[in-house]
Design a protein around this ligand. Structure first.
Ligand code: ADP
Ligand code: ZN
Length: 284
């Protein structure tokens, strides 16, 4: 059996399935303290005979196999979770091979194998929600280097009509600081979901997202870019982002047709947990 954990800052999604991902059982639990949360995790998985596990976690996390803190959640602002040996706690309980990467790398892997990027060798998955995070699969493998990508914190050019100072505690007006859900809320004193009818909000938002997608395209050249997260529930953003992307890139490099290149997730909210099950399967 395969076990999977999509570890998020607000909830953990736990799942088990047979080795072909046919029958999936899942449970969602709130993320509280590490002690309490792991107790519930063990309660769930103890009922099964696991062959492998796959974990996609919020972060930053240590994904460097040569590092002494491989498998740890490292500098997260989430209280109680800093320097927690996530993988170590699991290994102690279940001595099986484990795939370990970021939640967004797992989502990209899920979309590549079972979702919007089926048949491709590469894709990029960006979530725009409470924060902005990006993961990618390149040549069939989740993208990691010394650490893992942090695509939400790249720098972008300010929109002419935007004087917001930015909300990222580390960089102020980085992409996340300007375009994540809380940035929109802070700029307009209203939650993003209540700003649907304000054209200006989404034009500025698209301006930032398109700049980021241009950088990702120029650096990674993925075959597909998948945009998820709460803010992207504003589907009017898709044509705005594509138009701005096209303007910025100015035909410098060829891309697939933009309607097929910049798309929503096909697995919707299941991209992450599906990717985690697939990471487990990959360990077999
Ligand atoms: P998380 O990032 O915590 O996993 P979400 O992806 O749902 O969760 O992101 C939450 C953020 O997305 C909040 O800032 C919220 O205002 C925003 N959001 C949620 N739903 C919508 C919506 N329908 N339209 C625009 N923004 C939304
Ligand atoms: Zn930042």
């Amino acid at each position: 059996m395969l076990g999977a954990i999509e570890a998020g800052g607000t909830k953990f999604v736990l799942a088990v399935s047979d080795n072909d991902l046919n029958h999936v059982e899942r449970l969602s639990i709130p993320t509280t303290t590490p002690e309490e949360t792991f107790e519930k995790v063990f309660e769930f998985f103890d009922d099964y005979k696991l062959d492998a596990m796959g974990i996609g976690s919020f972060g930053p996390i240590d994904v460097n196999k040569k590092s002494a803190t491989y498998g740890y959640v490292t500098s997260t602002p989430k209280s109680g979770w800093k320097n927690v040996d996530f993988l170590g706690k699991l290994k102690e309980r279940y001595d099986v091979p484990m795939g370990w990467t970021t939640d967004v790398n797992a989502a990209a892997f899920g979309e590549l194998k079972k979702g919007a990027a089926v048949g491709k060798e590469s894709c990029l998955y960006l979530t725009i929600g409470t924060g902005i995070g990006g993961g990618a699969v390149i040549n069939g493998e989740p993208l990691e280097g010394y650490g893992h990508p942090e695509m939400g914190h790249i720098l972008v050019r300010m929109h002419e009509q935007d004087s917001f100072e930015g909300a990222c505690p580390y960089h102020g007006n980085c992409l996340e600081g300007l375009a994540a859900g809380p940035a929109i809320e802070k700029r307009y004193n209203k939650k993003a979901q209540y700003l649907t009818d304000s054209d200006e909000v989404w034009e500025i938002e698209a301006y930032y997202i398109a700049q980021a997608l241009m950088s990702y395209t120029l650096i990674l050249s993925p075959e597909k870019i998948i945009l998820g997260g709460g803010v992207m529930k504003q589907t009017q953003l898709f044509p705005l982002v594509r138009a701005e992307f096209s303007k910025l890139l100015n035909e410098y490099v060829a891309t697939p047709n933009l309607e097929e290149y910049i798309v929503p997730p096909k697995l919707q909210d299941n991209a992450g947990i599906t990717g985690c099950l697939l990471l487990a399967q990959k360990e077999l």
